[in-house]
Design a protein around this ligand. Sequence first.
Ligand SMILES: Cc1ncc(COP(=O)(O)O)c(C=O)c1O
Length: 420
Amino acid sequence: MPEELAVNGGPKTRDTSVNPWPTIADASGRDFGEEELELLRQVIESGSLGYMYGSMVTQFEEEFAARHGAKHACAVSSGTAALHTAMGALQLEVGDEVITSPVTDMGSIIAIVQCNCVPVFADVEAETMLLDAQSIRERITDRTRALMIVHLLGQPCNMDEIMAVVEEHGLYLVEDCAQSHDATWDGKPVGTFGHFGCFSLQQSKQITTGDGGIVITDDDDLADEAYRFHDKYYDRSGQNRPVERIGMNYRMSELVGAVALAQVRKLDRIIDRRTQTAEALMAGIDDIPGINRATVHPKARHTWWRVACTIDEGELGCDAQTFTRAVVAEGLPLRAGAARGEPICMLPVFQDYAAYGSGDFPWEPPYGRKVEYRREDYPNTNWAMQNVWTASWNEGYTLADVDDILHGLRKISEWYRRGR
Ligand SMILES: Cc1ncc(COP(=O)(O)O)c(C=O)c1O
């Protein structure tokens, strides 16, 4: 903690032991109420808790698909399950390469490796941390079959550039929309550009059931594969086809479906609230020297899973570490570094090729390629990990909370600029 700020700057901006920030961890930052309770009551009273016997999961799928203008939706048990279901439905070959982002959650990569495919990581754009189309192009080999893009923090990837790569190389496209419910690119919802859009309903997401997920697609055959993959490859369509492949049990229960249905009906108001406060925060940051809002592309609709900003060390008069300490000392809900402090492929599981048993499958020849995962291959990711500050956002934030955050940031900026 920078003692100068606490001493000379007076009391900290916010004593969070007295006045905590609203959080996604409890009701202070979540929108649950009578709507969820009423649908849960209906499920309990019906006595049908499995999706095959009730109607909540089906209704949720229909309404989620409709609001995305998608033909099919398949509700599952997590965002990871959604991605695995999408990848499983594509039926790629062992050792096929799938290019994805080094700034993501393990769920994206689990889905690739659990399909016996080799994850290849492209670099991101520095400030948005969204996949960089040129870097994707550079990592394409004759084994590349699919692209799993990650719409990060509530912001869509540049879909003009991504679709150009997909079309040039005839790749499958899976969109990881776990963090970006309702985001759009040029007015088109994320999840509707590729073969599959995959969403998470985990506790921190814009809408949540604690855990849950959903997959959307317009392709009838892929939808059929996805439905079967998520439910042990059983055929629930009435055609009575035998089990022909291995699937999972990623079914969503009716209890979860009830909450999911109530939540999707609230998505507009949740995004409106997040947008109002997040945009007020960004507008305020515009007036604070040395602190910059993170870039949002003009064609993007950001739906604010997290808010992000960067600092200009020269202008601010302090380095990143000092800024981090000041933010903590002021009690602000900002966190340095985008995710884990380094590209996800630097984790031991990838450095050691440790997916299954003691061998290096699926990376080892003759199955796949022993892709080298080197920190220096991700210069923009490394920069972002040091320079982008993010704060978990939620619908509980008020304009008064935003004022407090801006007050703290202004105080930090004034303090260090004075000392330059
Ligand atoms: C980008 C991304 N992909 C995938 C996932 C996996 O979702 P879940 O935790 O619901 O399995 C997450 C969840 O945090 C995520 O942020």
